[in-house]
Design a protein around this ligand. Structure first.
Ligand SMILES: Cc1ncc(C[n+]2csc(CCOP(=O)(O)OP(=O)(O)O)c2C)c(N)n1
Length: 389
């Protein structure tokens, strides 16, 4: 785990009761009804069967997970050194979005959140395109006009998230319903955070899904926190998954740090027949890093909690599983990390050399024909820029 996990500085003294709390629910997965393939050491638990993913697919997923971790490490440094405006960390969340993407076929549509760069990489989006987005350069699908890590690309059937959390839950329902009505067999996946479950859109979407049965898998990535709001202040329910019961939506909780378990339950849900409808999967995981580069988690969470989750690192578990299968070893691991770092450096060099968008392009792509108000504002901006030059 990277060194930027919160320090102990300024922490409150814990009570004895807090000291004794089992802070990582994955330790008691069976008792908590959290579906698992492997334990912390990558050994089969006997709960879900080993999905026996073909080696080339498994390696593709693992290599992408490592790349995603390496991107997070570098992205943080780029933000701290002023080269990237903002950063949304995703360390610790690699198993959820990479495992889920592997369970989907390329023609399927994925509605992603802001902590899921592996969705793009698993689908074959070039690394330099990701960095062009992080650096706000003009030559990327959003023309340099979105916050770093708010990614997507319709050429790869990946829908970018709107910054309003949860707002895309009804959108995915509508898109899936459209496909169903047209008789397409395209499937849909949406990944959102636990904080989204407090939005009206979550409830509208679940109600729609229960009634109309669109082919959607909803993943509620429960990473413990929504900025500084813990699960206990987000919901009075024991799980986020069980909210599906109220709407007639099939639901379950999976170990979100177990890429094999995520793959298994998402694949099963994706492949359900047309009459079986949607599934709500709560992926139990943990945001190891800061909420964003503007956050300080030292102020609201305990280091003991972070440490307990570090023992369930999704990369280490999958690596140990692959070592047992004789698919992986230390030499390959070292070579992979070196390759990822090199490829990232090359992508940064290429992306930083690209042009920024012209400020006036902020008015483009809003209306087919620009309104008179926007025309006026654009003219005023151009005049100001002229004065400054
Ligand atoms: C509708 C809306 N309200 C508030 C915010 C501000 N905000 C940004 S991220 C965030 C927390 C979201 O938590 P969660 O859905 O659990 O996702 P996480 O960031 O933990 O991955 C909030 C409240 C927002 N983006 N959209």
């Amino acid at each position: 785990m990277p060194s930027r996990t919160p320090t102990t500085k300024g922490r409150k003294t814990k009570t004895r009761e807090q000291e004794k709390l089992p802070v990582c629910p994955l330790q008691n997965a069976a008792a908590n009804n959290i579906r698992q393939v492997m334990d912390a050491e990558g050994k089969l638990t006997g709960d879900l069967p080993d999905p026996d993913i073909p080696p080339e697919k498994l390696l593709h997923m693992y290599e992408t997970m490592v790349m995603v971790r390496a991107i997070d490490d570098r992205g943080w440094l780029l933000q701290r050194s002023g080269r990237v405006e903002f950063w949304i960390p995703h360390c610790g969340l690699e198993a959820v979005h990479n495992g889920a993407t592997l369970a989907y076929e390329d023609p399927d549509w994925i509605f992603m959140g802001y902590r899921h760069p592996g969705v793009m990489l698993m689908r074959g989006v070039p690394l330099v395109q990701l960095f062009a987005q992080f650096f706000g350069r003009a030559d990327e699908p959003f023309k340099g006009r979105r916050l770093p890590t708010l990614m997507g690309d319709r050429r790869y059937n990946i829908v970018p998230m709107t910054t309003q959390v949860g707002s895309y839950i009804p959108h995915v329902c509508g898109a899936a319903m459209g496909a169903l009505i047209k008789g397409h067999d395209t499937k849909f996946l949406a990944i959102f955070g636990d904080g989204s479950s407090s939005r009206g859109e979550f409830h509208s979407g679940m109600n729609f899904a229960g009634v109309h049965k669109p082919p959607v898998v909803f993943i509620c990535e429960n990473n413990g926190w929504a900025i500084s709001t813990p699960q206990s202040l987000q919901t009075g329910s024991a799980t986020f998954a069980e909210k599906g019961d109220a709407y007639g939506v099939r639901n379950l909780v999976v170990d979100g740090n177990d890429a094999l378990a995520v793959y298994s339950v998402v694949k099963e849900a994706r492949d359900l027949g047309p009459d079986e409808g949607a599934t709500l999967i709560e992926a139990m995981t943990y945001r190891m890093g800061y909420h964003t580069s503007s956050d300080n988690p030292d102020l609201y969470r305990e280091q003991a909690e972070v440490d307990a989750w570090a023992a369930w690192d999704p990369l280490i578990r999958l690596r140990k599983y692959m070592e047992r299968k004789k698919l992986w070893n230390k030499k390959k691991e070292d070579a992979l990390w070196a390759r990822c770092k090199e490829e990232i450096s090359a992508a940064i060099k290429e992306a930083e050399a690209m042009d920024f968008p012209h400020p006036s392009t902020m008015f483009d792509d809003t209306f087919e024909e620009m309104t008179w108000m926007l025309e006026e504002q654009k003219a005023a901006l151009l005049a100001d820029l002229e004065d400054l030059s």
